[in-house]
Each structure stands twice: as C-alpha cells, then as structure tokens.
Design a binder for this molecule. Structure first.
Ligand code: FAD
Length: 282
C-alpha cells in the first residue's frame, strides 16, 4: 500500500492561492512505511514526483503537474515535546506548532505564528519573519532522498541561507524535524507571537487567497516598498491583483489563472527594473 491515490486531481484546492491544474496522480501516504513503498515504486518505474506541503508558497501551473505529487498524510502530523526540544512530523501545521510551543513555555518559534505552511515546507524554504527563521531553531531533519534512502541532516547539512536550503537543489522529502527551543515565559512568548500576528492582520490581505510575499527582498531594501513606489498597488491582470494592502502580495480576486499571476509577476519585474534598475526575484 502507498496510501490514498487520487487520479487527475485538481490542485487548486491544495494551494492557498486557489490556483492550479490537476496532478496526474496525487498520492497521500499516511505513514513512513507507505512512503517508503511509494518511493520504491516511483524509482522502479522512473516516475517523476513533486512534493506538496500546505501549498502556501506554490504557484501550480494551469496545466497542472505531470507525474506523481506527494502530500504527506496524517501519520506525519504529530508533535512531541522533550524538555527544550520539539520533534514534529513534516505535515504538522507551523501555526499550530507555534501555539503549542508557547503554551509549553518554549521560545524560538514566535516568528512563525503567521506562516501558514507545514513543518516540512518551513524546513525546505527556511521560512522566516520578524528577524528570525527556521535555520535559527532547526537541530536536524529526517529526509527521504530520491533513491528512497532515509538520512538525518544537521542544520549545517541544510546549507541554509535567506529562504534557501540544500533541498532546493538536491530534492528530498522532509518527514520529521527536530527543533532546539529555549525555556521561556509562557506569557511573554504568547505576547510576542500575538504582536506579530496583529501586525500581519493590519498589513497583509489575509482574507484573500495569496501565497504571501511573491518577491524576495533585494539586499537592503523591501520588494513591497519598490512595487508600491512603482505605482503598481491595485494593478490587475485577469483575476490576479497586486494587493492594495501589501504590494508584495498578489491576490486572487476571482478566477485567477497561473498564467495571470505569471504575467503580473513579469510586469512587476519590468516596471521595477525600468524605474529603479533593480531585478526582483520571485
Ligand atoms: P508548499 O507551499 O506546499 O511548498 C513549498 C516548497 O516546499 C515546495 O517546493 C515543496 O516541494 C516544498 N516542500 C513542502 N513540504 C515539503 C516536505 N515535507 N519535504 C520537502 N519539501 C517540501 N513565508 C515566510 O517565510 N515568511 C512569512 O512571513 C510568510 N508569510 C506568509 C503569509 C501568507 C498569508 C501566506 C499565504 C504565505 C506566507 N509565507 C511566508 C509562505 C509560506 O507559508 C512558507 O514558504 C511555508 O514555509 C511554505 O510551506 P508549505 O507547507 O505551504 O509548502
């Protein structure tokens, strides 16, 4: 058994942008054994695969994804606490993990209370905010490599940089992560997390489908500032719009396609280069 198998499954409902065509096959392994079996089958038949987390940093093409898309199921959605350490399955919600950590008086995840991804996605992306990121707390990650081999990467092995990890060049599936936290005061931790969340509610279009910030911040500047200064807030192509609230967010205001978003990204890049000579990277 490899878990739940869904053929020609539309992916829009699995992404926060609510955009994306079908996966040839979406497989949801519910535990490590099913994932291992799946990887063996994929390797044997040389079938390409793509990993999906909570879809909060993904633009899935309108034509969808060929081959197999893997989404880790319920057996990967757990968190255990050992004094100042958290061990979490890759499918666990980061937002929920932050709340659990705060309740236990564990400090380190305050930055992530508003990042709507999975633990696996955060480890892969080096998700971060408010001056911190995943690399600051990750101790190690358990990863299933392309050939099915299971390895444990230390934080050094992850080769972290701004929104970057080694997994972006050397694919592997994060199945579990271990975080080194600090013992702290519950009330203080909760208060800091809530301050960040309140700020997001004021500055980000959280009621509209998006994938968060679209462009990386160029060194010493903010993409949102540049896009706003270029006069692009509210600029729309099809159903994709530069948020009027936060210029680095592209929101799906109706039936946006991936093509609309890509066209808008390219328009923003051209305008920002023309006006400020800076090349924004998605
Ligand atoms: P997905 O979007 O599903 O996937 C992203 C990438 O990670 C893909 O390449 C995928 O293959 C890979 N991946 C996912 N799971 C695994 C796994 N188990 N093993 C290996 N690879 C995997 N990001 C920030 O960094 N900071 C922010 O402040 C922030 N704010 C956001 C606010 C909003 C409203 C939204 C919608 C998004 C925001 N994001 C932010 C973006 C996003 O939440 C993060 O990048 C998050 O880490 C993505 O996790 P995910 O599980 O949704 O991954």
């Amino acid at each position: 058994a490899v878990g739940q198998v869904l053929v020609n499954e539309p992916l829009a409902k699995y992404t926060t942008w609510r955009i994306g065509g079908p996966a040839d096959v979406l497989v949801i392994p519910s535990n490590q054994e099913e994932l291992s079996t799946l990887m063996t089958v994929l390797k044997e038949h040389q079938i390409s695969w793509t990993q999906l987390g909570r879809g909060s940093n993904l633009l899935v093409a309108d034509k969808g994804i060929r081959g197999v898309v893997i989404k880790l199921g319920e057996g990967f959605d757990y968190a255990t606490f050992e004094e100042d350490r958290i061990i979490a399955g890759a499918a666990h919600s980061v937002v929920k993990l932050c709340i659990l950590a705060a309740k236990k008086g564990l400090s380190g995840l305050e930055f992530a209370g508003g990042i709507p991804g999975s633990v696996g996605g955060a480890v892969y992306m080096n998700a971060g905010a408010h001056g911190s990121d995943t690399s600051k707390i990750l101790q190690s990650a358990r990863i299933v490599l392309h050939d099915g081999q299971i390895v444990t990467y230390s934080v050094e092995d992850m080769q972290y940089a701004y929104r970057h990890s080694i997994l972006q060049e050397q694919p592997g599936i994060v199945v579990e992560a271990s975080f080194q936290m600090k013992l702290g005061d519950r009330t203080t931790i909760m208060a800091e997390m809530n301050t960040h969340k309140d700020r997001r509610r004021l500055t980000q279009p959280l009621q509209q489908p998006s994938a968060g910030s679209v462009f990386r911040n160029p060194p010493g500047d903010h993409s949102a500032r540049l896009i706003e200064a270029a006069g692009l807030k509210g600029y729309r192509i099809g159903g994709a719009e530069i948020s009027t609230q936060h210029a680095n967010f592209i929101v799906n205001v109706g039936q946006s396609t991936a093509a609309d978003v890509l066209e808008l990204i390219s328009h923003v890049q051209k305008e920002v280069v023309k006006q400020f000579g800076i090349e924004l990277q998605p």
